[in-house]
Design a protein around this ligand. Structure first.
Ligand SMILES: Nc1nc2c([nH]c(=O)n2[C@H]2C[C@H](O)[C@@H](COP(=O)(O)OP(=O)(O)OP(=O)(O)O)O2)c(=O)[nH]1
Length: 142
């Protein structure tokens, strides 16, 4: 029971390209919410900072080396499987070719997001983008 109350810290990368599009990736088979679209990232390992974890995860999952990490917002989300604390960071530069090392899919998106379904814990980010960009209307389908 006590484990369920302890939040799991997750580093999440919001990659933004020169055209203002952001990168979503689908969750691989075998994970909870497989097939749902999210921003790439993963859990912090013991002793890791958010930035360290993000660099490691994006290298492992996407094969890219990221440049500066800009912390954006922190959001808690209470799933049936876990309470997560999501550390969303903006990233504007990276090196290397994208490789989907976990057989995920990737999609550069703008508002409204076309891919579906979107992970519940990802939806707030789309609202923040909408506020920043003066976008009105639904941010995603479904
Ligand atoms: N990467 C990512 N995770 C998110 C987002 N929104 C959201 O609620 N989450 C949740 C889903 C999961 O419960 C958790 C991330 O854990 P994960 O299982 O993907 O992390 P991981 O890659 O370290 O996985 P593993 O090594 O334990 O298999 O955060 C998001 O936008 N991106």
């Amino acid at each position: 029971m006590s484990e369920a109350c302890q939040p799991v810290d997750v580093a999440v990368g919001v990659l933004i390209d020169a055209a203002g599009r952001f990168l979503l990736t689908s969750r691989p088979a075998g994970k909870v919410y497989a097939g749902y679209w999210e921003f790439p990232g993963g859990k912090l390992e013991a002793g890791e900072s958010v930035e360290d974890a993000l660099r490691r995860e994006l290298q492992e999952e996407l094969g890219i080396t990221i440049g500066a990490v800009h912390p954006w917002k922190v959001e808690m989300y209470d799933y049936p499987h876990a309470l997560v604390r999501l550390h969303f960071c903006k990233v504007y530069d990276w090196q290397g070719e994208f490789e989907m090392r976990e057989a995920q899919r990737m999609a550069w998106q703008t508002l409204p997001v076309e891919v579906t379904p979107v992970l519940p814990g990802t939806v707030p980010v789309l609202r923040w983008f909408a506020e920043e960009r003066g976008f009105e209307g639904p941010t995603h389908r479904g």
